[in-house]
Design a protein around this ligand. Sequence first.
Ligand code: PLP
Length: 415
Amino acid sequence: MTNSETITDSVLDIEKIRRDFPILKTKVYGKPLIYLDNAATTQKPQPVLESLHNYYTHYNSNVHRGVHFLSQQATEAYEVARRKIAGYINARHEHEIIFTKGTTNGINLVAASFGKKFLKAGDEVLISAMEHHSNIVPWQLICEEKGATLKVIPIDEAGELKMDGFDELLTDKVKIVAVTYVSNSLGTVNPVHEIIQKAHAVNVPVLIDAAQAIQHMPIDIQQLDADFLAFSGHKIYGPTGVGILYGKEKWLNEMPPYEGGGDMIKNVTFAKTTYNELPFKFEAGTPDISGGIALGAAIDYVQHVGISAIQQAEEEVVAYAYDRLSAIPSLRFIGDAKHRSGAISFLVGNIHPFDLGEILDKQSIAVRTGHHCTQPVMDFFQIPGTVRASFAFYNTKAEVDALVDGIEKAKRMLE
Ligand code: PLP
């Protein structure tokens, strides 16, 4: 099964879809919520809420250890969710799907475990200048421990990767490349296929941070051929506290466990412990059972709507937003990549992003302001932060109009 869809190319019935997300009926300061902070976290559709409620109401029990009825039911539901996620990204094997706490946890797992086994003094890890802190700091930690060096693919003024810089940096010292598919602060979609092909041509594995990609576009992991791919459940309409690390079987088998504890062992004695098979080797302790099952429900929901239809609807609303925002005098975009998705970052005149964010908030418009956990990006553009509007398929053009009106109002107040 791949990204199978019931609605394929049609533009979505957004009003109908919005009814699936109860929170979208919320009023903020007495006005309807306009939620444009989807890159931080997405809202949850009814089936995800029901899945969580259903688990705790009817079959709450620990997984993988019990012979009793509820435990078997919970284990079955949890493993069905793993299967759905494997299907969604077209993984070759279900055991290549590791449940984590989220993207950050998945990247830390790879940095620590791959790094422990494969990095030594003098080696290099290659990331990019537009990474989220969670794809920088874990690598800094392991590089420091091992005496390896972190190298950074530069970006240009448009917020795109300088691919000639990548070619130059991809030397035989590089042991792993870790890049984001989509930038959370610039909205840039990176040429990850090309990066993976070039890295593989010199036998270097690649980790893709898919935190901002998995909810916006189809991902076929076999076609992409990434060695690792990490994402968070809460950014694809699932709950917080759960995420996925995909890893190719051959790497996961060679890598040591990240954490020790229950579930990840085959046999424990004080003299020696043997480890469980994949994926359990990397899943120590009681997992977020309800979260994993509800992530499966989120994947069902996305597949029911259709990821291609979602992509199309989002591209339309993002293009509309870009057009309307472009017409605001003194608004400048931060990041102007040709290929973009999800988020639009901007500044207006010399209004501080926090001030603009606060005035928008009072108009019930939720945007994010600040460095978006990408301080090196802000340093590159020599700015303190941006205002970021980030979109999901339930956002409407009317909401974009409200954003534009809100910015105009802020300009009148502050400029
Ligand atoms: N990577 C990117 C590109 C992100 O946008 C985020 C979150 O915004 C993360 C990683 C970290 O995700 P989480 O906090 O869910 O672990």
